[in-house]
Design a protein around this ligand. Structure first.
Ligand code: NDP
Length: 501
């Protein structure tokens, strides 16, 4: 890995940057059949980066046909697992080799800080594909405990054609989380990136092709949700939709499935995640730095953002004081291409206005922002919102209940452990939670009581590639991203029952 993250390296790379902005179908870049395009913008400046192919029903159908053909020919699904592993490892290596280029694309199109893209998002994408690749020839299927006159094998088989529909907040990571398990289990995939962030996904597909993934196995159809997304959801020859995005659109995919071929639907949806801080914590500095990271990482545009700080009343003010100091000194906001910046731009003006709407309504309801509460850096033309903390938020306030998907933290005090658990679970979501306590028994009791897919204790974490990621309740169902558990929703179980003569 030769790339380093310096201002000079970034400037040099940007000069030579070429945008891949067409669909990628059956191993070729192609324009949309209609010839239509849509602009994709840099949210830090409001400027158009390029025009992207606007795929619709016809393009999706071409991609599904290419994927089905590749699947039926067995050019991928019937490779020896070790061969799939080798190609996927090359794919991961190529992502690593293009780390800076991909990090810049990701930062330019999504407004994300380049340091995060370079140090977290792109390496995580490569690592996810590599880790899944390694499982190809290490997981065994089963022989059932039948009577001696029968041999019954239970094998996992690929589903066939998978549609992956992605959100805009982690474009590269989400493509990795879907492609890793889908490809290693032998499926052919059509990816529909979010219209706001297509560029990294298209480039990653090209690198996959370069690594040796056969034509038709990995396709990308950029376009709008209401056109390309719906066409994929409704297509009668798609076997699974693996979706990450909002709960509202997740519901739509269930409707598409019910109205068509009962395709499987795996949903990773939203969250309104609690961070519970118990009064026995001794290291408030560490708690403060993790609470801030959980709330404001990726500008709060994160399904696992800890947007509710549920803190014991006796330590609330001391913790908030420490957080305000760290926010001031350690959280530089501004140009996402500056390696020192930790808070970049929100994804688009409409989304910024939505976030500011939540803030304005909270103020109108009498809540006080301890810090932030407004748009900043307007002179850049970009969509920046100051990190915002509201203190003493009632549990029924809009900002304590709705997923804001922006840098807004609601602080909710509590007095007893039971009250803390009740507040943490008082949400229709259950994606992630953090718990802070120095007492082992408290940790065991409370982490069991909190209803969330991942409870991180004394840290802010989504786990790593070895642990499943996904939610309880309306945060999704039908599958988990990451770990070998993810393979389950990309495979069918096939029983072969052999009578022994
Ligand atoms: P959306 O649900 O709006 O969009 C997700 C994808 O669905 C996009 O590709 C979008 O297309 C597409 N889409 C939109 N409408 C339709 C439709 N009617 N039919 C078919 N497809 C459609 O989510 P966002 O992109 O705004 O992402 C934010 C959401 O994602 C948040 O709620 C967040 O919590 C959740 N999320 C969950 C994660 C998890 O792992 N649980 C991880 C990351 C985010 P387009 O935008 O191009 O129109």
């Amino acid at each position: 890995m030769t790339d380093t993250l310096t201002r000079d390296a970034i400037a040099q790379k940007i000069k030579r940057l070429e945008y891949r902005n067409m669909a990628f179908i059956d191993g070729h870049f192609v324009p949309a059949r209609s010839g239509k395009t849509f602009p994709t913008l840099n949210p830090a400046t409001g400027e158009v980066l390029t025009e992207v192919a606007a795929c619709d029903t016809e393009d999706v159908d071409l991609a599904v046909k290419a994927a089905r053909r590749a699947f039926d020919l067995g050019v991928w699904s019937r490779l020896a697992p070790a061969e799939r592993k080798a190609i996927m490892k090359r794919f991961a290596d190529l992502i690593d080799e293009h780390r800076l280029e991909l990090a810049i694309l990701e930062s330019l199109e999504a407004g994300k800080p380049i340091g995060e893209c370079f140090n977290v998002d792109i390496p995580d994408t490569a690592n996810t594909i590599r880790w899944n690749a390694e499982t190809a020839d290490k997981l065994y299927d089963a022989v059932a405990p039948t009577a001696p006159d029968v041999v019954a094998t239970v094998r996992r088989e690929p589903l066939g054609v998978v549609g992956a529909v992605l959100p805009w907040n982690f474009p590269a990571m989400m493509v990795g989380w879907k492609l890793g398990p889908a490809l290693v289990t032998g499926n052919c995939v059509i990816v529909k990136p979010a219209q706001l962030t297509s560029l990294t996904t298209i480039r990653i597909a090209e690198l996959g092709h370069q690594a040796g993934i056969p034509a038709g196995v990995l396709n990308v159809v950029p376009g709008l949700g209401s056109t390309a997304g719906q066409a994929l959801g409704m297509h009668p020859d798609v076997d699974l939709i693996a979706f990450t995005g909002s709960t509202a659109v997740g519901r739509r995919f269930l409707e598409y499935s019910a109205a068509t071929n009962l395709k499987r639907v795996a949903l990773e949806l939203g969250g309104k995640n609690p961070q519970v801080v118990m009064p026995d914590v001794s290291d408030l500095k560490t708690v403060a730095s993790n609470v801030l990271a959980s709330a404001f990482w990726n500008m709060g545009e994160n399904c696992s953002a800890g947007s509710r700080l549920i803190v014991h009343r006796s330590i609330k003010d001391a913790l908030l004081d420490e957080m305000l100091v760290q926010l001031e000194t350690e959280w530089k906001t501004g140009d996402p291409l500056d390696p020192e910046v930790r808070l970049g731009a929100l994804i688009q003006k409409d989304h910024m206005d939505k976030v500011l709407g939540f803030i304005d309504r909270a103020k109108a309801a009498g809540l006080t922002a301890l810090t932030g509460g407004e748009q900043i850096l307007e002179e850049t033309g970009g969509y920046f919102v100051a990190p915002t903390i509201f203190d003493d938020v009632p549990t029924d306030a809009e900002i304590a209940r709705e997923e804001i998907f922006g840098p807004v933290l609601a602080v909710i005090p509590f007095d007893t452990e039971d009250e803390a658990i009740a507040i943490a679970n008082d949400t229709c979501y259950g994606l992630a939670a953090s718990l802070w306590s120095d007492d082992l028994s408290t940790v065991h009791r409370m982490s069991a009581a909190i209803r969330a897919g991942t409870v991180s204790v004394n840290c802010f974490s989504e786990g790593d590639i070895t642990t499943p990621f996904g939610g309880y309740k309306q945060s999704g169902f039908g599958g988990r991203d990451k770990s070998v558990y993810a393979h389950e929703h990309y495979t069918e179980l096939k029983t072969t029952w052999i009578k022994v003569g």
